[in-house]
Design a protein around this ligand. Sequence first.
Ligand code: ADP
Length: 245
Amino acid sequence: MTDDAIQLRSVTRRYGSSGSSVTALDQVSLGFPKGTFTAVMGPSGSGKSTLLQCAAGLDRPTSGSVTVGGTELTELSDTRLTLLRRKRIGFVFQAFNLLPSLTAEQNVALPLRLAGRRPPKARVREALEQVGLGERARRRPTEMSGGQQQRVALARALITRPEVVFGDEPTGALDSQTSRDVLVLLRGMVDREGQTIIMVTHDPVAASYADRVVLLVDGRVNGELIGAGAEDIAARMTKLEAVPC
Ligand code: ADP
């Protein structure tokens, strides 16, 4: 038995045909324990997005295994994979991806509607209150600041009570104070609700909110930092980026 929310075993992802193929991930084995916050960092092109896409079931590895709560993703049909993603995985992106014509509460309710469920009003309100936006349920994205929009996106990611929330540079479009607010919120979800979060970021300050930083270089795990501060993370990144290709 494992207590990992997500487990990757020898995951390889190649793009292109054999003559000109790129190995974006090379035999990556990683566990993401339940109730922990992991940041994934590495130089540009090191495989961060590919790792996130494979771990979240948005892309299929060329070989290897990915399990979410014990379910082997690589054995699922596309339809079943989509259903599993909707039910068990939440996403937060740099660009928020809210629908502009919908209010905050309608945006938050969307994943339940997509799953064919009637969204209970109380639950939608609760999700908005969790991110400090209980008073702004009827606003549309254009009437909100970037930080508020990202908090709506977070409430939307949490409405299905997912086993894991994936963030792809979730603070990339925010100023430093607003980023901090969103990161404190993410940290609180891990500490108070036992949520599991996996976040790709370039920002050592953002990564310092995580329990663990996984470092990727050339599609391989190069090491990890546990409970590191922003300065140590930045120093390690500078070293990694200085490695000649
Ligand atoms: P990162 O997110 O760290 O910048 P990526 O996962 O996007 O890295 O990319 C890893 C490697 O895989 C890079 O060399 C990139 O060019 C290549 N790659 C990523 N996606 C594709 C694709 N769809 N087709 C071909 N090559 C790709």
